[in-house]
Design a protein around this ligand. Structure first.
Ligand SMILES: Cc1cc2nc3c(=O)[nH]c(=O)nc-3n(C[C@H](O)[C@H](O)[C@H](O)COP(=O)(O)O)c2cc1C
Length: 158
């Protein structure tokens, strides 16, 4: 049997932008944790957002979010969008990316693939339910992560 393991590096190595909100009011940030799979008979994408992120506010306030993948040359920009908060910079002005409508949410002209997701589920990653060494390394003195699972309702290419 052939088993394609490339899917494991889709987030970890390629990174992506997670965007929530609508064209008139949205925020975006870089992610490298996530998964693609099946839940309740639907194709789903799962992302993990620390409660301290500005994007977290938008994830909670909106029904749709997008996951956008970019050509390698945008990695530097993704690095900036993953180290500064939308609370302290104008992410669109400073990145040079062009926001476009994507389904009920927002993506970018420069993205090569965008997954449009409808939020189905949110849950805190409870520290009492994970191995102690992970709880210590990831969450001691730091905000927790919420897991969001979204139905992939559209895949936009190009
Ligand atoms: C490569 C990379 C991957 C990241 N992955 C995640 C992630 O999966 N979840 C998360 O909460 N933050 C992640 N971050 C951190 C956020 O992108 C970063 O804190 C960002 O500034 C948040 O922006 P905001 O406050 O405008 O939402 C990552 C950062 C980088 C550089």
């Amino acid at each position: 049997m052939e088993f394609n393991t490339e899917i494991f590096s889709q987030f970890d190595k390629k990174w992506a932008l997670l965007t929530a909100g609508k064209e008139e009011n949205f925020n975006t940030m870089t992610i490298s944790w996530g998964g693609l799979g099946t839940l309740w008979g639907k194709p789903v994408a799962t992302v993990y957002v620390r409660t301290s992120r500005y994007t977290h506010d938008y994830m909670d306030a909106n029904e749709y979010f997008t996951i956008s993948y970019f050509p390698e040359k945008y990695k530097k920009i993704l690095g900036v969008l993953g180290s500064k908060s939308g609370r302290e910079m104008d992410k669109m002005k400073d990145s040079g990316l062009t926001a476009i409508k994507a389904g009920e949410s927002v993506s970018f002209k420069e993205a090569e693939v965008t997954l449009v997701c409808r939020k189905l589920f949110r849950q805190k990653l409870e520290e009492s339910n994970m191995p102690e060494e992970i709880a210590k390394a990831m969450y001691e003195g730091q905000a927790s992560h919420d897991m969001y699972i979204g139905e992939v309702v559209e895949i936009i290419r190009g």
